[in-house]
Ligand binder design. Structure first.
Ligand code: HPA
Length: 250
């Protein structure tokens, strides 16, 4: 039984301490996922890992086959998905390196395959998405983060932008006035697709930079990479705690 599926984002294309047992290429009705699913043991628990941007980190956010990724994880029996996403911080306390566990989403993406409910329907289907994340898993993550002595931020609205370019300062002002606290490019349609398949899905966002116009000067890839690297060390600690404490068990 798979205890947890982990979708790794920028900075987490592999889990070094995962005892890999198998790799599997899954074909879905929506095409190919970002890469083979990687099965293994972490802290004695069976998990499956999928790097969202592909094993070599080569698929940009708007080209990711979100439908195939979520379909594949569901297909192999995953019930809970932890999504790791690098983001920019809009709210002042969302400083680089911080972990944030958002509880809301505003979707600004377009032209991405964003639903399973569009063809061959017997009925038009609208999922409830009032609260887009699985609260049970979100609470488990918060408990694990506290148990690690890390400072995680509970809640926040994740603006998902199309990318791959970063935002303008004016766009970030608009996101803020829309009520958004953090901004990234990969939060949607992933979360909605998981809900369509009735999977428990939560996000651990790693702040890579202050959003455009909120920090000093330009945002550089070097800055993003350096902050994501340190943030991902905390994510690894968090994952251990989550699995050790059986926090993602039903
Ligand atoms: N904006 C959008 N996506 C991001 C950012 C950002 O500032 N940083 C990391 N991913």
């Amino acid at each position: 039984m798979i205890e947890l599926a982990i979708i790794g984002g920028t900075g987490l294309t592999s889990l070094e301490d995962l005892k890999i047992t198998n790799r599997e290429i899954i074909h879905t009705p929506y095409g190919e996922p970002s890469g083979p699913l990687v099965y293994g043991e972490l802290c004695g628990k069976n998990i499956v890992f999928l790097p969202r941007h592909g094993p070599g980190h080569v698929i940009p956010p708007h080209k990711i086959n979100y439908r195939a990724n979520i379909w594949a994880l569901n297909d192999v029996g995953a019930k809970k998905i932890l999504a790791i996403n690098a983001v920019g911080g809009i709210r002042e306390d969302m400083q680089p390196g911080r972990l944030v566990f958002p509880d809301q989403i505003v979707d600004y993406t377009w032209s991405r395959g964003s639903t399973y409910f569009e063809e061959g329907l017997t009925n038009v289907t609208h999922i409830d998405f009032s609260y887009p994340y699985c609260e049970e898993l979100r609470q488990s993550l918060l408990e694990a983060v506290r148990a690690c002595g890390l400072e995680g931020i509970d809640g926040g609205t994740y603006a998902t932008t199309q990318g791959p370019r970063l935002e303008t300062a004016a766009e970030v002002n608009r996101l803020e006035s829309d009520g958004c606290d953090l901004v990234g490019m990969t939060g949607m349609p992933e979360a909605a697709l998981a809900r369509e398949l009735e999977l428990c899905y939560a996000c651990c966002a790693v702040v890579a930079n202050m959003a455009a116009g909120r920090g000093e000067g330009e945002i550089t890839m070097e800055e993003i990479e350096a902050n994501v690297l340190t943030g991902m060390d905390d994510v690894r600690v968090l994952l251990h705690k989550l699995l050790e404490k059986d926090l993602c068990k039903d």
